[in-house]
Design a protein around this ligand. Sequence first.
Ligand SMILES: *Cc1c(COP(=O)(O)O)cnc(C)c1O
Length: 414
Amino acid sequence: MADHPIETPPRAPSPVHRFGTLAVHAGSPHDPTTGAVIESISLSTTFAQTAVGKPVGQYEYSRSSNPNRDNFEKAVAALEHAKYALAFASGSATTATILQSLASGSHVISVSDVYGGTHRYFTQVAKAHGVKVTFTPEIEVDISEHITPETKLVWIETPSNPTLRLVDIRAVASQAHQHGIMVVVDNTFLSPYVQNPLDHGADIVVHSVTKYINGHSDVVMGVAAFNSDAMKERLGFLQNAIGAIPSSFDSWLAHRGLKTLHLRAREATTNATSVAKALEGSPHVISVNYPGLASHPHRAIAIKQHRNGMGGGMLSFRIKGGYEAAQRFCQTTTLFTLAESLGGVESLVEVPSAMTHAGIPKEQREAVGVFDDLVRISCGVEDAEDLKADVLQALEKAVVFPKISNGLNGHASN
Ligand SMILES: *Cc1c(COP(=O)(O)O)cnc(C)c1O
């Protein structure tokens, strides 16, 4: 957005209603002709005009805009305390469109442990159109050292993936804004229910809707929300010009998922808290990363930045017995499915070093805490007691049983 100087963005009007009410009602008008309470899926790609250039309603062609995408965007804007939201074909398409909005020659500062696909875009695609990205593991501490006259954007992910470290958004935004630099926060891991980055000074909040917002592991989609009119014009232009937009059907599904976000996010937090405490109390676990625990190094940020200090549904832990134990753990859980992704109603488990983060060189991975024995968990909305029992039985089978059988076979146990 090099040609638009960054001004203080106008605030969206304070919402009158609370989160759950907005989740259910924002962007959900009754059909004015039939009274249908649930909007229909508008599959038409084109809309009739009564005279040349005079469409019947507000729509002309569905890439540019359509009723289902509009309603979904209104709902997300309400939940993120934003004036505008724009939906895209995926979280990755959202990132790409924001990066494309920068003029050639722009510089971006990003936290080191961003989502793998974001890292890939920053290092392998952005430079093709002349945008350079610098990574830092300690953005609150050293942001000023990386700022150049070309720096236009700071990219934060909090909590980080998969080690759940937190960034103080306000601290970074105050430094960035002194230099007219825009701050983007990827809020995928917490969802708008747990954290609203715009309230802490961010200029754009992005989500992979694929995760918590849709919440049912059946839609790939993304969204960006913000307050600036200039940004609406620029990103709205690119949304239409690049055309990486979601289908009406996916917009409808994601909107349906969003209506229960508050219920799912609360339950996922309850479950993750229970699982994290059980893991922390287990002799088979080296350490637990969960921002809801008092032991988390950035707990103070969680208390300041998250709704009621909630930890969200994601956690990770190091298991005793190395990579083999981590693998065995993931294959022994019965309720947690071994799979990538997160934020759905069903609980998932994975080994980042061999799955989501396998593309990062070992030393670079381990420098940010992604060891071979790290297991990442996404808690769904099953019952906490069942999830806890499943994790504890899997730990026994992954860590204790192999020791016993190794002993019987006369192998050295470790
Ligand atoms: C999944 C994810 C993305 C990418 O989203 P897609 O919808 O898969 O393109 C970006 N950021 C984070 C934190 C994610 O978890």
